[in-house]
Design a protein around this ligand. Structure first.
Ligand SMILES: Cc1cc2nc3c(=O)[nH]c(=O)nc-3n(C[C@H](O)[C@H](O)[C@H](O)COP(=O)(O)OP(=O)(O)OC[C@H]3O[C@@H](n4cnc5c(N)ncnc54)[C@H](O)[C@@H]3O)c2cc1C
Ligand SMILES: NC(=O)c1ccc[n+]([C@@H]2O[C@H](COP(=O)([O-])OP(=O)(O)OC[C@H]3O[C@@H](n4cnc5c(N)ncnc54)[C@H](O)[C@@H]3O)[C@@H](O)[C@H]2O)c1
Length: 510
């Protein structure tokens, strides 16, 4: 078996994963003719680009140096949500008393079992991203480090792959912050945290973005004492502040010790991993068993020879235009390598744009644009925070005047019955109209609920249309319809009220 940290421990599940996404006996093919499309990187963006292009009749090669499926399958969405699902059960048991369910003392979390379940499910899901499946879809799959030999040729080891168009889909990795002493300790990143088999008694996490918050809550619910250090004033600094405040309170209820506005953070290798930091006037000096660093991503631009083929890049990744074309017009890019929206579903839709623009658009005709995408995302804390479109501050920066409608869940029957009353739905519309420009939902299943708003935004359906669609009672999604009703009430002017009164008199008298 490979000694990649992502594949540890070397158990049956990880052997099955490896057999799917990097079979040890794989023979790279030999190129027969120039490829229409060579895709570098077999994460979400690369897989979607390769499968889509091959399905439409193109000759396609896909190159992966490590594990097909990339971050999402191996060290991102899939394992994190696998662990979170167990943590949610632990939370439900911990808080069962709210429902007058008496859980006998002595309930235990078998952390090794939780991780083994996650590895089993990850291996099962990995069939979709497997080398064999892609070969069967008509894609030539190569394993190895890819780099550009010149503007028409990509090399993998000694093999030269001539191409007409190429796609860079090499993704990103955890960035290493310059924190004093960090180099002295063995710290975890998203590449290694899912290989743990023992629950850290005490866990430090640096960065309260989506990774930090999701993992802090999950490890805390599973039994670790978690210290979450964030340099900004609160958690999830990119989200709506009211939404982030709900998550902060929930993290604290889960037992997470939040060290926000963390100043003078230092790490020492002294009696374990020692974190010292100042937060809100207090000095903390805590020894932890494991430290997870989650302070954002660095693009994988190294060793590709991009300089020699005229592809510009900087520390944020590869530069692309709205058509996802790099500064070399025959080379496109998709996914985390070139996107400020680092999400699997965005990598997927970027890849679809690339297939169209690289292979099927003629001159300016038939081209698709990144700026036309309506992009939602969700952070899977409990409750979840889901967002689509503009935040209030984005609208201000763009000079767009907005109206904001908020529906708290403590007025939504299903949420009350479920004990999930602390969140809200917030929708921003263009001032004076029902055209939705953005929305945030904080709820246990906010990620599922946001799709209704995304659909409405994508297809130009305003709040009046949402208000006119029956939502089953009692559901949490009724909160979105109630926002539609709020908008409709603003349409009731003194004149329209008078007209309604006149119509009523006409029909049923005074
Ligand atoms: C912990 C965590 C949780 C996440 N959770 C979610 C979530 O719940 N929902 C969500 O939407 N997003 C989530 N994300 C983000 C999501 O994983 C990424 O946005 C997505 O994986 C990006 O896909 P990609 O194809 O651009 O890149 P990647 O998945 O990074 O794939 C790039 C691939 O290219 C390969 N590669 C790089 N260089 C070369 C080279 N020179 N030659 C050959 N191969 C190369 C790499 O090995 C890798 O397999 C999460 C991320 C993390 C880290
Ligand atoms: N549910 C999801 O869709 C999901 C889940 C996890 C990750 N992701 C994707 O992966 C990306 C990376 O996630 P992330 O959480 O690493 O990055 P992030 O950039 O979103 O958040 C990093 C956090 O670390 C903080 N930080 C930076 N330097 C610090 C320092 N020295 N000390 C303390 N705090 C510091 C930042 O202020 C920020 O809050 C996300 O932006 C997202 O696109 C998505």
């Amino acid at each position: 078996m490979s000694d990649l940290v992502q594949l540890q421990p070397h158990d049956e599940h990880n052997r099955n994963l490896e057999a799917n996404v990097h079979p040890t006996d794989w023979q790279n093919p030999q190129p027969q003719k120039p490829y229409h499309l060579v895709v570098i990187g077999a994460g979400t963006a690369g897989l979607v680009a390769a499968a889509g292009a091959a399905g439409l009749g193109a000759r396609v090669a896909l190159i992966e140096r490590d594990l097909m499926g990339g971050d999402c399958l191996n060290v991102g969405c899939v394992p994190s949500k696998g662990v979170i699902s167990a943590a949610r059960i632990a939370k439900a048991i911990r808080t069962a008393n709210r429902f007058s369910i008496k859980v006998p003392p002595g309930t235990e979390v078998d952390f090794a079992g939780v991780m083994s379940r996650m590895r089993k499910l990850r291996a099962k899901i990995s069939r979709n991203d497997s080398a064999a499946r892609f070969r069967d879809l008509g894609v030539d799959v190569y394993f190895g480090q890819a780099s550009f030999a010149d503007s028409q040729t990509i090399e993998v080891g000694d093999t030269k792959l001539p191409f007409k168009r190429a796609v860079l889909a090499t993704g990103a990795r955890a960035s290493a912050p310059s924190i004093e002493g960090l180099d002295e300790v063995d710290y975890l990143t998203n590449e290694s945290v899912f290989s743990l088999t023992e629950l850290p008694k005490r866990m430090g996490i640096i960065g309260a973005g989506p990774i930090g918050c999701e993992m802090a809550q999950a490890f805390s619910e599973l039994g670790s004492e978690v210290f979450l250090v964030e340099s900004e004033g609160g958690v999830l600094p990119k989200e709506d502040r009211a939404a982030a405040d709900v998550v902060r309170a929930s993290l604290e209820r889960s037992g997470v010790r939040l060290l926000c506005c963390g100043r003078e953070l230092k790490v020492k290798n002294k009696g374990g991993i020692r974190l010292t930091v100042n937060s809100r006037g207090e000095h903390y000096d805590e020894v932890v068993d494991q430290l997870l660093v989650a302070v954002g991503r660095a693009p994988n631009v190294e060793n590709l020879n991009l300089e020699n083929v005229g592809v510009d890049f900087d520390e944020n990744g590869v530069q692309v235009n709205d058509y996802l074309q790099t500064t070399n017009p025959n080379i496109f890019a998709a996914g985390d390598i070139c996107s400020q929206y680092q999400f699997t579903h965005v990598a997927d839709f970027m890849a679809r744009i690339v297939i169209q623009n690289a292979l099927f658009a003629v001159g300016p005709f038939g081209k698709k644009k990144m700026s036309d995408l309506v992009i939602p995302w969700t952070t899977y804390t409990s409750p979840e925070v889901a967002h689509v479109g503009l935040h209030e501050k984005d609208a201000q920066e763009k000079g767009i005047e907005i109206d904001t409608y908020t529906q708290p869940f403590d007025e939504v029957d299903r949420a009350i019955l479920e004990g999930d009353q602390e969140g809200f739905v917030k929708v921003h519309t263009k001032k004076g109209s029902d055209e939705i420009v953005g929305a945030t939902i904080v709820a246990e299943n906010a990620g599922d609920m946001i799709s209704e708003v995304t659909l409405a935004m994508s297809h130009g359906l305003g709040l009046s249309k949402i208000s006119g669609s029956i939502h089953p009672y009692p559901t949490q999604a009724e909160a979105i319809r109630k926002i539609g009703d709020q908008f409709n009430r603003t349409r009731l002017t003194p004149l329209s009220k008078k007209m309604l009164a006149a119509l009523q008199r006409l029909n049923v008298g005074t």
